[in-house]
Design a protein around this ligand. Structure first.
Ligand code: SAH
Length: 304
């Protein structure tokens, strides 16, 4: 019998948000491995299975253990909160497998079962904060140097992304969120909406709205995700909303604005913008400043 490793995303931790495939994967498994909290979340699905609880920092151990069991012909479910591929076990597992000489056509099959990640579930609880470009940044410096994290925070803040901060704070890591705030305030309005969602879809769920200016004062912990809006995000009636951009194209009555057409790129979309900058007679340097783009990029598009 061939072994199998299933990387199962449990979603936020409520049964209603566990996918049918995640449930079936756990049912199919002989062995279930995971951090104790996640094992607890699926406790009643574990009858008759071997359960291996591991601590938080033993990710590589968990992956090695999964490989050992799969080699014995067992079906192993490695359970993660959210999605196993988002700051989860999927990466370390493939790294351990590759190091052991595994290939996708080897006898051990690997399946990743997607789950709703914290950013999806936290967003759903507070409105519609992610309806425009967003990114996720983990503030954990356990495996990532601070300058790398700080550079990403700075770039995301400057580029006006909506940002989901994972691992924002723990008992020992309290300064990272303060630094994140400092970096964001260099680019963003202090009144930018922020939401802190703790334990989404779990018994201790808690939601707190704040502003960027007050972000670091919020109650934030290991089970919180912090969502920072972009320059157009607003909070109304307890809901955080990031406009999709329809106001750029349509007026209040639903009619297209002058020069815009439904189903077509904006007049300031790629083609319209190119035509406009070519016709402007302005220098690449001037255009670069105006549009906050690299000069060599503007030169290249003008020349193409
Ligand atoms: N694989 C997980 C993320 C693991 S990293 C996922 O896809 O969601 C752990 C971080 O995820 C926590 O520090 C927190 O920022 C976030 N997180 C996980 N579950 C959460 C929940 N139910 N509510 C709020 N944040 C959560």
């Amino acid at each position: 019998m061939n072994g199998k490793i299933m990387l199962v995303g449990l979603g936020p931790g409520s049964h209603d948000h566990l996918t049918a495939r995640a449930r079936a994967a756990i049912a199919e498994a002989d062995v279930v491995i995971g951090y104790a909290t996640y094992i607890r979340l699926v406790a009643e699905l574990l009858d008759g299975k071997e359960v291996v609880k591991k601590g938080m920092t033993e990710e590589l151990d968990r992956a090695v253990e999964a490989l050992d069991r799969a080699r014995q012909g067992k079906k192993v479910a490695l359970v993660s909160s959210g999605d196993a591929g988002v700051y989860g076990m999927a990466g370390p597992t493939y790294e351990v497998l590759f190091q052991a000489g595994w290939t996708p056509d080897a006898e051990i099959e690997v399946e990743i079962v997607p789950g709703a990640s914290a950013l999806n579930t936290c967003a759903a609880l507070i409105g519609a904060p992610l309806t425009h470009d967003f990114c996720a940044i983990s503030l954990s410096d356990l495996l990532t140097p601070w300058p790398v994290i700080a550079r990403r925070l700075d770039a995301a803040a400057a580029a006006d992304f909506v940002v989901a901060l994972y691992n924002p704070k723990s008992g020992r890591r309290t300064g990272q969120i303060v630094e994140a705030q400092r970096l964001f305030l260099r680019h963003r309005d202090p009144a930018t909406p922020v939401a802190v969602v703790k334990s989404a879809y779990r018994a201790k769920q808690r939601i707190e709205f704040a502003t960027l200016e007050r972000m670091a004062e919020c109650e934030i912990g290991m089970l919180s995700t912090v969502l920072i809006g972009n320059s157009t995000t607003y909070v109304r009636d307890g809901l955080m909303v990031t406009p999709r951009g329809y106001a750029q194209k349509y007026d209040g009555t639903g009619a297209s604005r002058e020069g815009e057409r439904a189903g077509r790129s904006l007049s300031t979309g790629l083609d319209g913008w190119l035509a406009a900058i070519r016709a402007s007679g302005k220098s690449a340097a001037e255009l670069a400043r105006e549009h906050r783009l690299p000069v060599d990029y503007v030169e290249a598009v003008l020349a193409s």
